[in-house]
Design a protein around this ligand. Sequence first.
Ligand code: C5P
Length: 284
Amino acid sequence: MIRGEAYAKVNLGLRVGRRRADGFHPISGIFQSVDIVDILELAGAEVDLISTSTGGAVPEALDNLAFRAAAAVREQAGSSKPIGITLDKTIPTAAGLGGGSADAATALVMAARYFGVDNAILERLALDLGSDVPFCLRGGSARVAGRGELIESLDALGGFALAIVVPPVEVSTPAVFQKWDELDEPTGLVFPQNQLPPGFRSEGDLINDLYPAAAALFPQLDDWRTDLADRWGRPVMLSGSGPSLYGFFVDRDEAAGAVAAIPAGSRFAEACTLSLVGWAITSG
Ligand code: C5P
């Protein structure tokens, strides 16, 4: 049995360009792994199966992204051995934290180990599974462009922690990108450079172009953002297509204090620190 950890990611800024002929948008931004973790197990089984700790929120069927990732590796290995995957979710789904993509990237690595396949083939499989999967496979701190597959690893960012709050809405990424087209490709929410953590100021202002689209679809997002910004006394940013919102804090304790001060009713709220990795194999 192989056991692995899948790390959530936060988009520290996301610039978006006009929709391409293939339907995807060119993006650029800094992606950062954070220590909110799903646990996966993969082992041989009588028949293919996937089970989750949470039930409803994740499709238990074999079209789950993590299972598809493992099956893609199996196919590359020329094997038809049935496998079972269990998924213990902590990363909230449909939140803009890349939970499904992180699970898929981790399942790729676990299946490569199980089927004796070289990790070098995984990058190619990753993009077929989703635009965020290549970053989750790389992990850490990176500048990401293209559709999500052009990844330049950066020296580890540090000197700050994040408070992450997911308001009580579930956001579909394609719907937000489509709304961004309909709104005539607006420039998004700006997080001013002078309020960023010192080690991160060389990046200039952080901008998330998807914010106006997400807020147009879910007006309560803007209420949550302004309320948190008031309580925390600092700007609050949207991660990716949302709805997760975050603020920068000096360390985990300070971020935990901020999380303790939020209003009731969020789907998820957590203080987290930056992770150097997007996945880890912890046994097997
Ligand atoms: O690649 P993934 O399956 O995660 O993308 C889901 C949807 O999000 C795409 O079908 C597309 O509508 C939108 N998307 C986009 N541009 C990107 C990434 C995703 O338009 N760079």
